[in-house]
Design a protein around this ligand. Sequence first.
Ligand SMILES: [Zn+2]
Length: 258
Amino acid sequence: MTVSEPAPGGANDDFLLVSGRWAVVLDGVSSYPVPDVGCQHNVPWFVNRLGLHLGYGLATSTGSALPDLLAAAIDRTAAEHGSACDLNHPLTPAATVAIVRLAGDQVEWLVLGDATAAWVLADGSTDAATDDRADHLPNAPVIVADVRRYDPDFVAKVRNQPGGFWVAAADATAAYQSLTGSISRQVVQRVGLMSDGVTRLVERYGWGWSDVFDHVDQHGARSLVGAVRKAEAADPDPSRWRGKPHDDATAVIARVAA
Ligand SMILES: [Zn+2]
């Protein structure tokens, strides 16, 4: 089951692609409130290309490791920017990434940036992998501009830099900073990929991962976004959080066949 919906009133910068063997969720990083990042392309331009190049690699290079496929997709997307774009700009368009793939008797996952891979095991237990390095940056200056966010000058210094945090942008080496793992296919019952617009149910609003999977089971994937909007509407002080009060929300929930 899948769902992908924009924040109310906005355009959707999330992306999903699903096959019988793998799934991808990307979340385009919102443009920063700075005049020029050296690129003439917008976030959907970047996210669509990165996602389709990633899908191409997943479909055609079945033996390649997930970070290698992500690196190749970053390189291919970078090539499409053309010479007019300055891809060395630290705030060049970027996305967070979550991938899951069936590979032999394993279920492999990759996350980069604050997208999440989650799973339910046969015994009913749940777990998830999120790359939360951006939440643990020492002395990170938060400003209140359009929304509460890290100072863009600070982000420019720590994004895709050692000791900072990593996203898929124009530098393919970021792919090798992904968090990766695999679980025996025998014990995995369901997997989920989610953008942070969905996982705020867990990170902000007290849901457990089992609540997320149970909700989708009982009410369908679309209802999950309804639950997000309901929780956001009931939040007594949405401005306490870093980031937008509402975000694009995407989830892929898949049953793993034995
Ligand atoms: Zn560009």
